[in-house]
Design a protein around this ligand. Structure first.
Ligand SMILES: O=C(O)c1ccccc1NCC(=O)[C@H](O)[C@H](O)COP(=O)(O)O
Length: 306
C-alpha cells in the first residue's frame, strides 16, 4: 500500500456539522466550569505526578491475535446516532473483559451530554487494565489534555474537523508534552492533509515527538451515517509513517478483514462490543479475524523522515 504523504491541499469548504459545533461549544463550557474548581497549573502538576502511561502506538504496532489489526475496544453508554446502548454500571469490569478477549487498547467516551460518559469512568478503567486507555471526547482546550493525563489516560482523541489549524497544532503539542499519544481523527482526504501538516509543525518545533496515529472515522458528522468505504478512500492520504486506525461501523470479522486489506493497523469498535452479551467472545472473534499481517512502524513500510 503506497501512501502519498503529500501535504498539498486545495482550499475546500466542507459543510459544517451542527452536531460538532454544538458538542464543541458544550465542551468549552465544561472546561470553564472545571477551571473554576481546579486551576490549570494545579491540574497540570497533579497530572505530572502520575506514573507514565503505556504507549498507544506500541500497543497498536503489535499485530492482533491472528496477525490482523489490533482491536481498540470502546466503552460508550449512548450515542447521538443510536441513543441508549448500555448502562455500564461497572466500566472497569467491561474493560477487563475486553482485554481478556484480546483488545490491545480501550477507548472510553468521557463526554457526558451525548454519550453519557465521565472522566471517572476513564479513571476507573485506567486503574484496572494494563493496556493503554484513550480519552474519547471533544477536546478543544489544553485543559482537557491534562485532565486526561491526570485520570490515567495513555492517549487523547483530537478531531481535525473540530479544530482550526492553530488549535490543532497547540493540542497535538500539548498532548505529546503531557506524555500522551494522540489519536488524530480525520473523515476525509483534506483533513488527512491537515493532520499531516500539524504533525510536521509540531515535530519541526523539536521539543517533543511521538509516533503518528491517525484514525479515519467512517461516520459522517453531518448525517451520523457510516460509510464502509471511508477508510479505503482516505488511507492513501495518510502520512507514510502513521499507524492507521479504522473507526466506526465495525461489527463482523469481515469488517476487520476489509479494514486490514485496506491497510488498517487497528480498528476501533464501540457499539458492537458494548452491546454484546459476551464481551470476551465478541472481542476474541474480531481479534481473530484473518487479515493480512502488516508491518509495524519502521518495519517494511516507508518511514517519513520529517
Ligand atoms: O457514535 C456516534 O453516534 C457519534 C456521533 C457523532 C460523533 C461521534 C460519534 N461517535 C464517536 C465514535 O467515533 C464512535 O464511538 C467510534 O468510532 C465507534 O463507532 P461504532 O463502533 O460504530 O460504535
Amino acid at each position: 500500500m503506497a501512501r502519498s504523504g503529500s501535504t498539498r491541499r486545495k482550499a475546500v469548504s466542507t459543510p459544517v456539522s451542527e452536531f460538532l459545533v454544538r458538542a464543541c461549544a458544550e465542551a468549552h463550557e465544561r472546561v470553564a466550569e472545571a477551571r473554576d474548581l481546579v486551576g490549570f497549573d494545579e491540574l497540570r502538576a497533579a497530572a505530572r505526578s502520575r506514573p507514565a502511561p503505556p504507549g498507544l502506538a506500541e500497543a497498536l504496532a503489535a499485530p492482533g491475535t491472528a496477525g490482523g489489526p489490533a482491536i481498540i475496544a470502546e466503552l460508550k453508554r449512548a450515542s447521538p446516532s443510536r441513543g441508549h446502548l448500555a448502562w455500564l454500571p461497572d466500566p472497569a469490569a467491561r474493560a477487563i473483559a475486553y482485554t481478556e478477549g484480546g483488545a490491545r487498547a480501550v477507548s472510553v467516551l468521557t463526554e457526558p451530554a451525548h454519550f453519557r460518559g465521565t472522566l471517572a469512568d476513564l479513571e476507573a478503567v485506567a486503574h484496572r487494565v494494563d493496556v493503554p486507555v484513550l480519552r474519547k471526547d471533544f477536546l478543544v482546550d489544553a485543559y482537557q489534555v491534562w485532565e486526561a493525563r491526570a485520570a490515567g489516560a495513555a492517549a487523547a482523541l483530537l478531531i481535525v474537523a473540530a479544530l482550526d489549524q492553530g488549535r490543532m497544532v497547540e493540542l497535538l503539542r500539548t498532548t505529546w508534552e503531557a506524555g500522551l499519544d494522540a489519536l488524530i481523527e480525520v473523515h476525509e482526504v483534506e483533513e488527512a492533509a491537515r493532520a499531516h501538516e500539524a504533525l510536521r509543525e509540531v515535530r519541526a518545533g523539536g521539543s517533543v515527538t511521538r509516533p503518528a496515529i491517525i484514525g479515519v472515522n467512517a461516520r459522517d458528522l453531518r448525517t451520523l451515517t457510516v460509510d464502509p468505504d471511508r477508510f479505503a478512500a482516505c488511507v492513501d492520504a495518510l502520512p507514510a509513517d502513521a499507524l492507521a486506525v479504522a473507526e466506526s461501523g465495525v461489527a463482523h470479522p469481515d469488517d476487520v478483514a476489509r479494514a486490514a486489506a485496506a491497510g488498517a493497523h487497528a480498528v476501533l469498535v464501540g457499539e458492537h462490543l458494548v452491546t454484546a452479551a459476551d464481551p470476551v467472545g465478541a472481542v476474541r472473534t474480531l481479534a481473530g479475524a484473518v487479515g493480512p499481517r502488516r508491518p509495524a512502524v519502521g518495519q517494511g513500510r516507508p518511514v517519513d523522515a520529517s
